[in-house]
Each structure stands twice: as C-alpha cells, then as structure tokens.
Design a protein around this ligand. Structure first.
Ligand code: ADP
Ligand code: MG
Length: 699
C-alpha cells in the first residue's frame, strides 16, 4: 500500500465524503442529527441516500444491507440490490431515504429470549447515524440498531448507545458542579486489543472440533508449548507478516485504526490493537476486525481462531477493553490533571469507578461470562473470576492518606487536601504493569482484561457505563444538595473510598492466596457462567438498568434467557462433536493400532523362533485397557446427554447447571483417556493433527 493517508477510510462514507458530496444544508442537518440526535427528515434522508448510493456504486457496490448486531454477539446482514425496474426490461440503481433509515429484516430466527414469538417475526433496523456506512465486499453496509415492533432492543448496539447516554447525562451533572460550562457531551472511549491464533487451514479442516466448536476437545500436551516464552514479541514469520499486512490494509480502507501488531505468548498466537475510538464505533470496528481476520486468514491458507481457549494447557485469547471517559472538548476525565481543581475532579471520577466496580462486580463478571471464557478465566494466564481493581501504589497511598487525614507521604508533598493541593506527579509506568489484574488503571484509562477474544465488547461496556453512571448519579444528587462544595466533595471522596476500597488489590491476582484473601474481603467469586448468570435478573440489576433507561425489565429477562440457553447449546454441540470424533476417528485408530500389534504378536509367537514380544505385548495390554476405559467414558457421556427430561421438563438454569456438572464433567473424563491414547497409538494411525502440529503449523 503506497499512500496510507489517501487509502485510509477509502471505503467509508465518512465526514470528508459527506462534505464533498452533500449540498451544504443537507450536510448541516445530517451533522445535527449525528451530534445531537435530532430527528432526520425525509427530504434530507433521500438526498443522503442518493449520495451514498452514487458513492457506493463507484466503489463497486451492487447491494446494500442494514448491518446489525443481534444478541448472538456476531453481526448480521441481509443484502438487497440497488436495482429497480425502469421499464422495457431495463433497470436503474436506486436507494431511497426510507431504505436508508429503516429496514425490516425477517428477524424471526434471531434470538429474542421470548420477546418476540416467531409468529410475530418482525423487527426493524434503524440507521445509527453516529457510525459511518462503509462498503465491504461489494455491499454498502449501514450500521443499524435492531428493535422489535413494540420497541424492545433486540441487539447489542441499542443498549450500548443508551448506556453511553446515561453516562453522558450523569457525568455532565458532575462537571457542572465543578463549574464546567463548556462541555456539551461526555463520551465513552474504548480501545479493544484483540488476541487470536493462526493455524494452517489444512490441519484445521482435519479437526471437526475446531470447525464445529472453535476449540480442541481433545489433544495431548505438546513437547514444545510456550514454556520457553520465546514467542512473545518475537520476530514475525513471513507468512504471518503477509497476513497481518493484508489485514491492516483492509481494515484501514474500512476506516479501522489498526495500530499495533505483535506475537503473543503462545506459539501461533498474535494480537492486533487499534487506536481507541468512541465506544459504539470501537464496537462496530471490533466486529469488522474479527470478521476480516477470518476472511483474510482463509485467503492465506490459514484459519483464524477467535475462541477464548482453543488449546487446553496453552494460553487462551482475551480482548482487553481499554476504557475512558472524555468530554467533547477533548478532556480525558480519568487523566490526573495539573491543578488542584482538576485533580479533585479526577479523584471524584476515580472513586466513582471504584464504587461502580465494587457495587457491580457481579454484572462485570457476568458481562464476560460465556462457556468458552470459563476455560480461560483463572487459568494462570488470565485474571481469575474474581473482579478486583488495580490502581497502583501511588494512587492508593493518596486515597489512603485522604481517608486517614494524614495526607500523602510517599511523594514530595507531605500534606494533600482535596481541592486545595495538586496531586503529586506520578509516572505513568508505575501504574501500568500489573498484568494479572482484571481491571487495571493504566495512567489515564482503565483496562478491563476479563473479556474473552470472541466476545462483542458491547456487553462489558454497557455494564461499565451504566454502573459508573449510577455512581455519578448518587454523587451528583448529594453534591447538588450540599452547601459547601469543597468540604462536601472531600467528605464524599473519603467516604466512597472507605466503603469500596475492598475491591482494590494491587498484588498478584494469579496467586492462590488472593482467592483466600478475596473471600475474607467478601468479594464475589463466580467461577462459572452458570454461577454468574442469575445475578443479571436480581432486583438490584434490574433497577440499575431500568433506572438509567438502558434495559427495561423485559429486556433484561429476555437477555438472561438467551445467555442461559446459549451456554447449554454450546456444551451440547461440543459434547455431540466429541462423541462423533471418538466413535468415528479415535476408536477406529485404536482398533487399527491394536490390530497391528496383535498380528505382529501372533506372528512372533507362531514362528516358534523365540522372538522377544514383550514390547508388543505391553503396548497391546495398555492399549486394550485404555480402549475399555474409553468405551466406559464414552457411554457415560452418551448417558449424560440422554438424561430424561433434559430440555423439556427442566428449567433453563437447571439445564445449564446440568450441562456444567454432568456433561462437562463427562467430557473431561473422556478427554483424559483420549489424550492418553494419543501418546500410545502410532502417529500414522492417529487421525487428528496433534497440538504440536497445530501450534507450529504456520511456518
Ligand atoms: P498496552 O500497554 O496494554 O499495550 P497501550 O497504551 O498500547 O497499552 O494501549 C492499549 C489500547 O488502549 C490501545 O487500543 C489504545 O488505543 C487504547 N487507549 C489508549 N488510551 C486510551 C484512552 N484514553 N481511552 C481508551 N482507550 C485508550
Ligand atoms: Mg493491554
């Protein structure tokens, strides 16, 4: 790619294109809609649609789609062509304002958690004017929100936008108290670092587990894993490098700020990080990134694995959600400032986040809970399932100093009084390097490290924005009533810190001691998705979301149902895939190998020449013993899957519990035997590429 600035965003109907192609008054009213959410009138929509179509056709588009994010966590699109009959067998290319603004996909097959029975299949999509349209693979994609006819959100974008508004509303109240009259909006900014694995496509296709479930359901430990830690930041192999280059070029054309690329800890594992953007655009862009990662890997003869834990015993993949709150005037409210008043404001926002994370640990945990991520959290490479916060020693001493009234003694300023003294300067690096914390302050933003690599970042950001909005609401309520702002503020910061400091932990989150310590602090430890999900429908959660207009109670309940069912379905598919693989691949391999051994053994014995047959004999004994175990474990899994009442009589949560305690346990029992057999059966009989082959498959 020669001229990156010229190619960047070349497939995006962005501000520059709009200015160039729209009449001035149309451009102005569209901008008003974009920045202030003012309703778009029909004439404007028609003009915009036409300009968009002309532009898209020049970019090679023949179709358009309302691109949306249903509750599956992926994106959905239905393509319609621009053609319209023009008489005499001719067509013209047309696209109306109505088609731009609103679509009606037949949405009956998207999960709605009972919000919309299939017989009333209609939902509709509405253009999200805050995220630019783009052309991808010959189709004009219009980012949209997806709702039911009665107005319930059926997607991930609508509640994300609502949560951003909730935070905006409450943060502005707080800013006004500090005398800020210039900020018009407070915006959530997000940068999502994306980890992924690349494996050779031919090998990938030989593993039904990877193809159907995204992870390996069996596989013995490789002789060379990640023990040497020689992969992290290591030099990038030419084949991977060619892939990364093409990926970045495609992302740049689509307006995604792909910035950083490097190898990760495990062999075959890599990371891409973009420059941060507003939360909803970051979410759209992360979806585009994941999709392009797969498409381009395929072109390069590879498969991109986005599962949270594709290989047992090897690092999984996460998605670090870097989050900050900023004003439209460009001030990052999580950046410690240079003046006493700026710092008082910073401390208030800081304790608001501390309070939010402590009070809504359950929801943060829940926002990253999936069957896949359960394998990753707490596996000594990712944070445990316990939510805690890292804020660094300096900030902790400052807050402790304020709490005790003794001031901050770690720096050059012995006394620290909120709103009177400036914060001591602390170097950014000192807050940056606790890699074990689920939720770390990294100088001017928080990094939430629990999300798994496959997750849509909408969920965690919805929770984060809403929880912080609630903390700020309570603060604003109190401070607006007060009489002496400065002393009220100091008292509030102190009190909030005292009440919520148990959530702060600056030590090693991977250590066993932390689990015990967290228990003493009464922090939640929701080990599995099934433990976490019920927290979503607690009274506290419903009040939080409904109170800020993010989810109605009905929306919370429907989403809960979808999540519970998704858990059971994922495990069901995994279990069936495993049964198929064992019956169709593993058992025949065992039989073939035993057949070889038995034949040789009998030939040696029959020959009467006194050959030593102890090796064949020992291997055959071990193999037949393990085969018997295999059969036994296979039957247990099959029995678990045919549990009477499963799916019918059982309530959805009971069913999910059953999958976790019954089916998953039976799967690991079976896996253990298969993995032992893999180390015994001759390689030429073993039908599956091994871990070593997969992890080092891209050379
Ligand atoms: P790391 O040390 O984790 O690699 P970086 O500073 O490189 O951290 O940032 C990682 C991610 O955080 C990038 O996507 C970056 O754009 C994003 N980021 C940086 N500053 C902010 C901010 N103020 N708000 C949100 N995200 C940010
Ligand atoms: Mg990071």
């Amino acid at each position: 790619m020669k001229n990156i600035p010229n190619t960047f965003g070349s497939m995006v109907f962005n501000d520059a294109v709009m200015q160039l192609r729209l009449p001035k008054h149309i451009y102005k009213s569209l901008k008003k809609t974009m920045s202030e959410g003012v309703h778009l009138d029909v004439d404007v929509a028609n003009e915009v649609a036409n300009a968009m179509k002309e532009w898209a056709v020049e970019k090679g588009a023949t179709h358009y789609t309302h691109w949306f994010q249903p509750m599956t966590g992926a994106t959905a699109e239905r393509h319609d062509s621009f053609i319209s009959p023009a008489g005499e067998g001719q067509v013209i290319m047309e696209f109306s304002g109505k088609e731009l603004v609103r679509g009606e996909p037949d949405a009956s097959s998207f999960p709605s958690g009972g919000l919309r029975a299939t017989f009333e299949a209609r939902g509709y999509t509405v253009w999200d004017t805050t995220s630019y349209a783009f052309v991808k693979d010959g189709t004009l994609c219009i980012p949209t929100a997806f709702c039911s006819y009665s107005g319930e959100a059926l997607d991930k974008k609508t509640p994300l936008l609502r949560s951003m508004e909730a935070l905006d509303r409450q943060a502005l109240r707080v800013l006004r108290l500090f005398g800020n009259k210039t900020a018009k909006r407070v915006i959530t900014m997000v940068g999502a670092e994306q980890e992924y694995f690349l494996v050779d496509k031919e090998m990938y296709l030989k593993r039904p587990d990877l193809v159907y479930t995204g992870r390996t359901l069996m596989g013995a430990r490789p002789p060379k894993g990640q023990e040497l830690e020689d992969h992290y930041f290591g030099s990038i192999k030419p084949r991977v490098s060619a892939y990364m280059k093409e990926l970045e070029e495609e992302l740049w054309k689509l307006g995604v700020y792909a910035k950083t690329r490097h190898n990760e800890v495990a062999p075959g594992q890599h990371e891409l990080a973009p420059i941060y953007n507003t939360a909803n655009i970051a979410t759209d862009h992360n979806q585009i990134t994941m999709e392009q990662m797969k498409v381009i890997a395929n072109k390069h003869g590879m498969a991109c694995l986005l599962h949270e834990k594709p290989f047992a015993g090897v690092n999984g993949s996460g998605k670090h959600n870097n989050w900050s709150i900023n004003t439209d005037t460009g001030v990052n409210l999580l950046e410690p400032g240079g003046t006493p008043s700026e710092n008082a404001q910073f401390l208030l926002f800081l304790v608001a986040v501390i309070k939010a994370v402590d009070e809504h640990q359950d929801l943060l945990r829940l926002s990253v809970a999936t069957a896949g991520n359960d394998h990753r959290l707490g596996a000594n490479e990712a944070p445990p399932a316990i939510v805690s916060m890292f804020i660094g020693d300096e900030l902790l001493s400052i807050l402790e100093g304020l709490e005790s009234g003794e001031g901050y003694t770690g720096g050059d300023r012995p006394q620290m009084e909120i709103g009177v003294t400036a914060l001591p300067h602390f170097p950014k690096d000192s807050t940056d390097r606790n890699r074990t914390s689920p939720f770390a302050f990294t100088g001017n933003k928080f990094e939430f490290r629990m999300p798994g690599s496959m997750l849509s970042i909408a969920g965690p950001n919805i929770v984060l924005n809403t929880a912080v909005a609630e903390a700020l609401r309570q603060f604003a309520d109190e401070l607006e009533q007060g009489s002496d702002f400065k002393s009220d503020l100091a008292a509030l910061v102190k009190r909030a810190f005292s009440a919520h400091k148990r959530i702060i932990f600056n030590g090693n989150n991977y250590s066993g001691d932390w689990v015990a310590e967290a228990r003493l602090r009464c922090l939640l430890n929701l080990g599995t998705t099934v433990d976490a999900l019920p927290e979503f429908i607690s009274q506290k959660s419903i009040e939080l979301f409904a109170g800020h207009g993010v989810f109605t109670e009905l929306e919370v309940r429907s989403r809960y149902e979808i999540l519970v069912e998704a858990y059971s379905k994922t495990l069901h598919i995994e279990a069936l895939t495993m049964v198929d693989m064992v019956k169709g691949m593993v058992i025949p391999a065992c039989i073939d190998y035993q057949n070889d051994l038995a034949r040789l053994l009998s030939r040696k014995r029959e020959s009467g020449a006194g050959y030593d047959a102890s090796l064949e004999d020992a291997l055959l004994r071990r193999c037949s013993k393990l085969s018997a175990d295999l059969l036994e474990r296979l039957s247990r899994l099959e029995d678990a899957l045919s549990e009477p009442g499963l799916g019918e009589g059982m309530d959805a949560l009971e069913c999910a519990e059953y999958y976790r305690d019954g089916v998953l346990a039976a799967m690991s029992g079976l896996r253990a035997v298969v993995d032992r057999l893999e180390t015994i059966v001759a390689k030429r009989h073993w039908p599956l590429p091994s871990y070593a082959e997969l992890l080092h498959s891209v050379v």
